[in-house]
Design a protein around this ligand. Structure first.
Ligand code: DGL
Length: 264
């Protein structure tokens, strides 16, 4: 194994940074390429066919170009739709992101679990299957919030989030039958931990938030056990679309150790 071979982390936007932050704690030496499909953002408002085509096409191109040792799809929407398909065609280990329903079900005392995700994620059979397997006898209350994706992106561009967005997301859960009893909320979109403090203010201090970032980082560390890591140049973020539109993210990307911003 080439010690400078990177781990490729992929998301539609900045959401995957929440996974990168956890990965850095476990594998600080690992060279990382962070790829954001900003030209395709938001995935949550696209059809399954559009998402599958973009994810398969982009990951194919990037694995040829960057020769990663492992790919992490740090996006629930892309993973729940396209993980199986890309695993079949790419000869590189791929770690996906699965809505953290299992740990949430174990934590909930009231049995009422909220799930915030994109519209594309909340309608997936993948989520139905997780609910059946891990939240049997509990109530999983789903709410799609594309506004939270846009707000998390805006926050990392240095803009001030509009509190109405968080109030609406909270109401989307609380106003469904049984919603007042929700004590655990699955953040089933990697963007959402970026606005967890704001969501907490809207939902109340008694709610526990659960996301998959730590679990994904542990899985990546496990799959790369025994491999050497050598970062020979600063880590880079690559983005689709107009590079100038991504420039306002440069400062936030630097705080995650992504020193350079390049077009894909
Ligand atoms: N970060 C993505 C997720 O985890 C989706 C954001 C979007 O493109 O809609 O689902």
């Amino acid at each position: 194994m080439d010690e400078s071979a990177p781990i490729l982390l992929f998301d539609s936007g900045v959401g995957g940074l929440t996974v990168l932050a956890e990965l850095r704690k476990l594998l600080p030496q690992a060279p990382v390429i962070y790829a954001a499909d900003l030209a395709g953002l938001p995935y949550g408002e696209k059809t399954e066919a559009e998402i599958a085509a973009r994810v398969a096409g982009l990951l194919g191109r990037m694995s040829e170009r960057f020769r990663p040792r492992l790919i992490t799809i740090a996006c629930n929407t892309a993973s729940t739709i396209a993980l199986g398909m890309v695993r079949e065609v790419l000869h590189v280990p791929i770690v996906g992101t699965v809505p953290a329903i299992k740990p949430a079900a174990a934590l909930s005392r009231t049995g009422a679990i909220g799930l915030l995700g994109t519209a594309a994620t909340v309608r997936q059979k993948y989520v139905d299957d997780l609910e059946r397997e891990f939240a049997h006898g509990k109530r999983l209350i789903r709410h799609a919030s594309p506004e939270l994706v846009a707000t998390a992106e805006a926050k990392l561009r240095g803009e001030t989030p509009d509190p109405a967005v968080f109030a609406a997301a909270a109401a989307g859960l609380r106003e469904q039958p049984g919603g007042e009893a929700i004590d655990t909320v699955v953040l089933a979109c990697t963007h959402f931990p970026l606005v967890q403090d704001e969501l907490r203010a809207a939902l109340g201090d008694n709610v526990t938030f659960v996301d998959g970032a730590q679990g994904i980082a542990r899985r990546v560390a496990y799959l790369t056990q025994g491999q050497g890591f050598l970062r020979s140049s600063p880590d880079v973020a690559v983005v689709t679309g107009d590079l100038a539109r991504a420039q306002p993210l440069a400062a936030a990307l630097k705080t995650y150790g992504l020193e350079r911003l390049e077009p894909l």
